[in-house]
Design a protein around this ligand. Structure first.
Ligand SMILES: *Cc1c(COP(=O)(O)O)cnc(C)c1O
Length: 354
């Protein structure tokens, strides 16, 4: 039996996806060849890439709205610099809500003036700043929709006259948003979509081509768009597994369906964190993430007992990030409700025994 996998990333994928992916590694499409030993320019793989791109737009409700999809390499971390390389003319505005935003800001500073419109660093990123002004003369505004490490999530996004750029690595495809308010969305696959090794980028094409600097080909969105994500060899296996996950999500009922499941899972766990006298939530209640719940023991002398309990219950990946401590339960799309129940049961067992 599989363990309850609360790992923050790389993380849980649907069983059926793992099964299909492993079959394709041995024999893809019953063609007696492996997915990872055929040309990326062969029709079977080009179909995979096209399908992955089409599913992305379909699930986000962005078909026929001027958006294009890329599957690139280098992780979300490469997007920190690639967004600035391609979009920053003079000045960009950033919201700093955690480690990943902080890193995006550091990279963007290489390319121009940077205005940090607000930051929650003063309280170790345990809240989302709400009152801030975005300068109208900025080339774009960048934010992080879900802060994987701290467990906060933006519940609303500004409507702007300048491009809105968002790192959605850890909550893309998990909740309904009006995705058409965004001009560029990027997400590393390994948090909610597939294995590490590919990053999905969704771009409104009309925001490109405004900077005058020379952009190296591999970092140039236009070059990748012109080659349909095939400028160089794409990471065929991660793209294929991402496609399978998107198919799985579509078959389930898409984002509107999974959002309800995700809300149920998060409600179950946060209710227990709030009810159980042994635990505390780490972040501001109204800013809590439905993907990553961070919490801690009030009495740390119970740590060994609790750690033994959840390990005995076959729970994996519950330790908090080293910069936060405590615990972090990552409840991505593929994590079943019964896994959250298993965690809640161990929290209640600790209460009975403590
Ligand atoms: C994990 C993560 C990243 C970094 O992703 P890599 O693919 O490892 O570069 C960036 N942003 C967010 C929000 C993340 O959760």
């Amino acid at each position: 039996m599989k363990k309850h996998n609360f790992s923050a990333g790389p993380c849980i994928l649907p069983e059926i996806v793992l099964q299909k992916a492993s079959e394709a590694v041995i024999n893809f499409n019953n063609d007696d060849l492996s997915l990872i030993e055929i040309s990326h320019r062969s029709k079977p793989f080009v179909d995979v890439m096209e399908n992955a791109r089409a599913l992305t737009l379909e699930l986000l409700g962005l078909e026929n709205k001027g958006y294009k999809v890329l599957f690139l390499q280098g992780g979300a971390s490469t997007q920190f610099l690639m967004t600035a390389y391609n979009l920053l003319i003079k000045k960009a505005a950033y919201l700093n809500t955690g480690t990943w935003s902080d890193k995006a800001i550091k990279e963007a500073r290489i390319f121009g003036e940077l205005e940090e419109v607000a930051s929650s660093k003063d309280k170790n990123f345990t809240y989302i700043p709400k009152e801030y002004e975005i300068p109208k003369d900025a080339d774009y505004f960048h934010c992080t929709s879900n802060n994987t490490i701290f467990g906060t999530q933006l519940k609303s996004f500004p409507k702007l006259d300048i491009p809105l750029v968002c790192d959605m690595s850890s909550d893309i495809f998990s909740r309904q948003l009006d995705f058409s308010t965004f001009d560029l969305i990027y997400a590393g696959a390994q948090k909610n979509m597939g294995p590490a090794g590919t990053t999905v980028v969704i771009i409104k094409e009309n925001i490109l081509g405004k900077v005058s600097r020379t952009i190296p080909s591999m970092l140039n969105y236009k070059i990748h768009l012109g080659k349909d994500s095939m400028f160089n060899t794409p990471s065929v296996f991660p793209v294929y597994v991402s496609m399978l996950t998107l198919e799985w999500l579509k078959d389930l009922g898409g984002i509107s369906f999974i959002e309800k499941v995700n809300q149920k899972k998060a409600a179950l766990l946060y209710h227990e964190i709030d009810r159980n006298p042994l635990f505390n939530g780490i972040v501001n209640k109204e800013d809590r993430s439905n993907m990553n719940a961070t919490f801690s023991l009030i009495d740390n002398s119970l740590k060994d007992r609790f750690d033994n309990l959840w390990k005995e219950a076959r729970i994996n990946g519950l330790n908090g990030h080293r910069s936060v401590g405590g615990y972090r339960a990552s409840m991505y799309n593929a994590l079943p409700l019964y896994s959250v129940q298993a965690l809640v049961d161990t929290m209640q067992e600790l209460e009975r025994k403590a």
